[in-house]
Write a protein that binds this ligand. Structure first.
Ligand SMILES: [Zn+2]
Length: 702
C-alpha cells in the first residue's frame, strides 16, 4: 500500500474547507477521504479519524476541541460537518472516572458538542480524546487483521512492525478500551501506532499527513510480511455443473424466499431481503476450494462487520444442483438449521451473561454455495452490497491467512456483545421503511413513456427496478438515470423481447442474479397499429398479438415461475388499455390483442391466487410522454390517430382530455401510481381492472 498524499490536493482541501473549518480540519477531511477510498483499509462507515484544534465561541473564547468522525458517515465522503467538535478538556476529565456506561458516554458526548445539530460523535471518540496526538487515524485494515486473527497474532505483528507499535488484546469498544489504549500509549510513548488484536489499527501524529502516512506505512509492512510468508493457495477443486450465473439464477430466488420472514399482516405476509450476488474470482476460488466450509464458518475479520453479515455465513457443502426441487429442499433445511443455531447462540449468550435482549432476526446475511459464489442479503440493495463488499474482503483475507497460518476469530461471546451493542445497532438507523422496501419490480417496455413513469414511481417508493425493454440501450440509459436519482443499485436496464420465450426467461434470470428475484411484475410492453380489419394482414395481426398478447402471457408465466421458487407470493399488474372495454375503429389488431391480454390476466388471477399471487389490470387512456421520454407508441400512432380524427398532432392531448369526465390529462406517472396502489396491497384485490382515464363512460369496467 502506498501513500496517496498529494501536496496540490492538500492545498485544494485547505482552500475549499480551511475558511470555514480551519486548516487542521480541512487536512483532516482530506486524509480521511484518502483512508476511506482504500477498501483494504475500511469499508462502508468503518474506521474513524480525528483532529484536535480550537473553536471560538460566541463570547470570543478559544476552546480546545476534538473534531472526530460522526456516526453514520463514511470516511470516503466526509465533509467538515461530519466531524463534530466536542469539548476536549471535558472529555479528558472523564478519563478519571472508574466506569462510564454506554448511555452515559453517549450523553457526555452529545451534551458537550459545540453545535447542537451535529451528528453523534463516533463510539470511539473517547479513545481519540485520551491520546495526546493532534491527529489520530483508525482503520480495520485487512492486512493487520490477517496477522492479528491468528493464534500467534501478537508475535506476527511484532515480526512485521517491530517496536513501532504496541499490541493490545481484544477489548470491546467503549470507555474501557479508550482507557486501555491511553495507558498502553503512555507505557510505550515511542510508538507511532497501536494494534488492537482482531479489531484494527490506530496511528497518530502531529500533522494530518504524518498520522496518515504512518498508517499507510504500517499497513504496507503488514502486507509485505503476508506476501513473503504466503504460499500459493490451493486452486478450486469443486467441479461445477454449470456457469456460476446459471446456478445463481436458480439458487437466488429460492434463497431469497427462504430468508423472507413471515409477518402477521395478511396483505403483506413477508418481510423480504434484496440479494447482491458475488462471483468474482476470489469469491469463487474460496467457495470452490477444498476445506472451504470450515474456514468460511469462522467469525468475521473485525467485530464491526457483525451487524452487516452476522457472525457466520451459511455454507452449503455440496449444493443439490441436480434439480430445482432437490435444491429447494436442501436450502430450506440448511436455512432452518442455520436459524436454529443462531437461536441457540442467542440463548446461550443471554443466559451466560445474565441479560435480557430482544432477539434480532435469525436469517443469514451471507450464503456461500460452491459453484455459484456468495449471496449477500440486506433490507435494501445498498445494505446487501455492503454485506457483499465485506464478504469479498473477508474471504480474500481468510484465504491469505490460511496460506500463512491459522485463522482464529473472536469467540462468539465477544461477537454477541458487538452484535447486540445498542451503539452498533444504532448505526443501522431506524428510518421508517419505504412502501416498496426490499421489493423488486420488473417492468416490460420499461424504457417507453408509460414504463418509465411506472419505474420512476416504484423507485421513489424504495423498490429495486428492472427496466426491461426491447431497446436495451434505452433501458440502460433510463436505469442509469434512476440510479443517479435513487442511488447505486436502484435500477437495472436489460434488453428483453417479450415475444421471445428465451429472451423473457433470460430477463427474469437477470433480475434474479442482480437482486435475488422479483416481486412485482408489470407487463407493459405494447405495440400499436392503425388499420381497418378489412385491410389487416395475417403478419400484421400476428406481430401485434405477439407483443401485446403473447408477450403478456410469457411475462406472466415467467413471473409465476420465479414467484413459485420464492414462495412469497407476488404481484402482477398488467397494463391493458381503455380499448378493452371501449374499442375504436381502425384499431382492431391492437384492441383484440389487449383484450386477450386482459383476459389472460384475469385467468392468471384465478390460477395463481392459491400461491398468494395477485393479478390486477390497469386500463389507461392515451398517455403522452413527458420531457425526455416520449411515448414510443404515440410517436408511432399519434399522427395517424390525429389524421383519422381530423386533428393536428399537437391537438391530440387536448382532444383526449376533452373526452373524459374529469377533463384530466392522463400521465405515465398516473399509471405508475395505479401500479403502486396494487403493489403496496392496500386492499385484498385480485382480478380487478382500474381505469386510469379521467372517467370514460363507455370504458367503465363491467
Ligand atoms: Zn474500529
Amino acid at each position: 500500500m502506498r501513500s496517496r498524499w498529494s501536496d496540490s490536493e492538500a492545498r485544494e482541501a485547505v482552500a475549499q474547507w480551511g475558511g470555514i473549518a480551519g486548516e487542521a480540519v480541512a487536512l483532516r477531511v482530506y486524509t480521511s477521504r484518502l483512508i476511506g477510498s482504500e477498501p483494504d483499509l475500511v469499508l462502508h462507515g468503518g474506521g474513524n479519524t480525528s483532529a484536535k484544534d480550537f473553536v471560538t465561541t460566541l463570547l470570543g473564547e478559544r476552546v480546545e476541541a476534538l473534531f472526530v468522525k460522526g456516526s453514520g458517515s463514511s470516511l470516503d465522503r466526509v465533509e467538515p460537518r461530519d466531524l463534530p467538535a466536542v469539548d476536549l478538556a471535558h472529555l479528558r476529565r472523564l478519563r478519571g472516572l472508574a466506569a462510564l456506561s454506554d448511555e452515559e458516554m453517549v450523553n457526555e458526548l452529545r451534551t458537550h458538542l459545540f453545535d447542537a445539530s451535529a451528528p453523534n460523535p463516533s463510539v470511539e471518540a473517547l479513545l481519540h480524546a485520551f491520546l495526546p496526538h493532534r491527529f489520530v487515524d483508525h482503520s480495520h485494515a485487512d492486512a493487520v487483521l490477517a496477522l492479528t486473527n491468528q493464534p500467534d497474532g501478537e508475535a506476527r505483528i511484532r515480526d512485521a512492525l517491530g517496536d513501532r507499535v504496541t499490541v493490545l488484546p481484544y477489548i470491546m469498544p467503549g470507555f474501557p478500551l479508550a482507557k486501555a489504549v491511553a495507558e498502553a500509549y503512555e507505557k510505550h510513548p515511542g510508538v507511532v501506532g497501536i494494534v488492537l488484536a482482531k479489531h484494527g489499527l490506530f496511528s497518530f501524529g502531529d500533522s494530518a499527513r504524518e498520522s496518515y502516512e504512518r498508517h499507510i506505512e504500517l499497513v504496507d509492512a503488514c502486507e509485505r510480511a503476508i506476501a513473503s510468508g504466503a504460499v500459493r493457495a490451493a486452486a478450486g477443486v469443486y467441479r461445477s455443473p454449470a456457469a456460476p450465473a446459471v446456478l445463481a439464477a436458480r439458487a437466488a430466488p429460492i434463497l431469497r424466499g427462504l430468508l423472507a420472514e413471515k409477518t402477521s399482516d395478511e396483505d403483506r405476509p413477508f418481510r423480504r431481503f434484496v440479494c447482491d450476488w458475488r462471483a468474482d474470482e476470489e469469491t469463487l476460488a474460496f467457495s470452490n476450494a477444498a476445506g472451504a466450509a470450515a474456514l468460511a464458518r469462522t467469525g468475521p475479520l473485525t467485530p464491526d462487520h457483525v451487524i452487516r453479515t452476522k457472525a457466520l455465513p451459511l455454507f452449503v457443502d455440496v449444493p443439490a444442483w441436480e434439480s430445482d426441487e432437490a435444491l429447494a429442499k436442501q436450502l430450506a433445511e440448511s436455512v432452518a438449521s442455520y436459524r436454529r443455531e443462531y437461536d441457540a447462540y442467542f440463548e446461550e449468550n443471554i443466559r451466560a451473561k445474565g441479560i435480557s435482549k430482544r432477539k434480532l432476526d435469525s436469517s443469514p446475511r451471507v450464503v456461500l454455495l460452491p459453484g455459484a459464489g456468495a449471496f449477500c442479503f440486506g433490507r435494501s440493495f445498498r445494505d446487501a452490497a455492503i454485506a457483499g463488499d465485506i464478504t469479498s474482503h473477508t474471504l480474500r483475507t481468510k484465504r491469505l491467512v490460511a496460506a500463512i497460518g491459522t485463522y482464529e476469530p473472536l469467540p462468539p461471546s465477544d461477537l454477541f456483545d458487538m452484535e447486540y451493542w445498542s451503539l452498533e445497532q444504532a448505526k443501522l438507523g431506524k428510518a421508517k421503511p419505504l412502501a416498496l422496501e426490499a421489493t423488486i419490480v420488473l417492468v416490460t417496455g420499461g424504457a417507453g413513456a408509460i414504463g418509465a413513469g411506472v419505474a420512476e414511481v416504484c423507485a421513489e417508493a424504495g423498490a429495486q427496478v428492472v427496466v426491461a425493454d426491447k431497446d436495451g440501450e434505452r433501458a440502460t440509459r433510463l436505469a442509469t438515470a434512476l440510479e443517479k436519482r435513487f442511488g447505486a443499485g436502484a435500477a437495472l436496464g436489460i434488453e428483453m423481447d417479450v415475444a421471445d420465450e428465451g429472451s423473457v426467461r433470460a430477463g427474469f434470470d437477470a433480475a434474479c442474479t442482480r437482486y435475488g428475484g422479483v416481486d412485482v411484475v408489470v407487463p407493459n410492453a405494447g405495440v400499436a397499429l392503425v388499420r381497418p380489419v378489412s385491410e389487416l394482414s395475417a403478419a400484421d395481426a400476428r406481430r401485434v398479438a405477439d407483443v401485446n398478447y403473447l408477450g403478456v402471457l410469457l411475462t406472466i408465466r415467467e413471473a409465476a415461475r420465479i414467484f413459485r421458487l420464492q414462495g412469497t407470493g407476488g404481484d402482477i399488474v398488467v397494463n391493458a388499455s381503455k380499448n378493452v372495454f371501449a374499442p375504436g375503429k381502425d384499431f382492431g389488431a391492437y384492441s383484440a390483442s389487449k383484450a386477450a391480454a386482459h383476459q389472460i390476466g384475469k385467468v392468471a388471477a384465478i390460477e395463481l391466487a392459491p400461491l398468494g399471487i395477485r393479478v390486477n389490470l390497469v386500463n389507461a387512456d392515451a398517455v403522452f410522454g413527458e420531457g425526455e421520454i416520449r411515448s414510443g407508441l404515440w410517436d408511432e400512432i399519434g399522427p395517424e390517430r390525429a389524421r383519422s380524427r381530423g386533428l393536428a398532432i399537437d391537438a391530440l392531448p387536448d382532444f383526449y382530455r376533452e373526452r373524459n369526465l374529469l377533463r384530466a390529462r392522463v400521465t405515465a406517472r398516473h399509471v405508475g401510481e395505479a401500479v403502486l396502489f396494487f403493489a403496496t396491497r392496500r386492499t385484498p384485490t385480485t382480478g380487478a381492472t382500474l381505469p386510469v382515464d379521467g372517467g370514460v363512460v363507455e370504458a367503465f369496467p363491467r
